[in-house]
Design a protein around this ligand. Sequence first.
Ligand code: PHB
Length: 366
Amino acid sequence: MASDILFTPYSLKGLDLPNRIVMAPMTRSFSPGGVATEEVAAYYRRRAENQVGLIITEGTGVNRPASVNDPNVPRFHGDAELAAWKKVVDEVHAVGGKIAPQLWHVGAVRTRSETWSPPGPYDSPSGLSRPGKAFGAPMTDAEVADAIRAFADAAAAAKAIGFDAIELHGAHGYLIDQFFWDGTNVREDAYGGKDLPGRARFAADILREVRKAVGPDYPVIIRVSQWKQQDYEVKLAKDPKALEAWMGALVDAGADCIHCSQRRFWEPEFEGSDLNFAGWTKKLTGVPTITVGSVGLSGEFIAAWGGELSQPASLDRLEAMLERGDFDLVGVGRALLQDPEWVVKVREGRHDELKAYDRSALATLY
Ligand code: PHB
């Protein structure tokens, strides 16, 4: 049986959640022309109906020409795009769910389509897609300001159409993370610099503008990771002191909750303690954190992209960490992509009905 802790309610800045389970954002690319379809709404509704505490949507592009790398990723600006998202929100709310969009800008990364390219130039801090690899031009001051505005506009739109919170995608080597990373941010202006708080200025400015747009009471989450899709071994913060300075800059700028992405949640972040990334971040900042990374599965997601099956795995360790207060909420990705009923099955102890994750699940939107 699942211990009770996963199924205790939690209030994130006044947003009442029935349990600690968060559907992690996962790119699905089922929104032709950037407009989420009825099937997308049904996909999220199905998870809400089956007791997911908080849904964080797939990344959705803010209003910059090259914010997405795939024409089938939903966009978060424009009348048709936002009307489609409102339909998603209404469907989720109709069955009692809660939902936040993940606001995304991919920055300098290749497109995923051979026949499509974005309608305008790539944005990035220094025209690098990875250390030493030129890709597009560094953003001008005006482009930086416009990107900050784009995130704030998206947050305002999210609130206006009824989303319960927003998440900024600041992880995995996409635009905001390209600013954090000294390998891709070699600017010498106020958005660059040798230390993490300096390179966090772009994220902090976004957070401050988002806060102005949504007001003091609306939950604002930011997702961060040490690892990059360009390099899985990077650790931006090599010790707790560096992590405190980095996360402190985000909290000071208005983040209410930090979503700490790891490939495997059970791995300690620094030597000498078994706290993971979310555990350290909560300890150092005092703000609520979400852990994520292979929850409920035996194998991590990079290997899964390569075709490796991930088997259902015990939640004992996760529950012990949650019970100890290491973090507040738990992101579940692939297990929920594979099986919309995952939460109900865990709650009811139906462990023999839990499914292995197979990347073929990506081909359909059930
Ligand atoms: C992906 O589409 O595979 C993807 C997108 C965003 C992430 C990670 C992976 O943060």
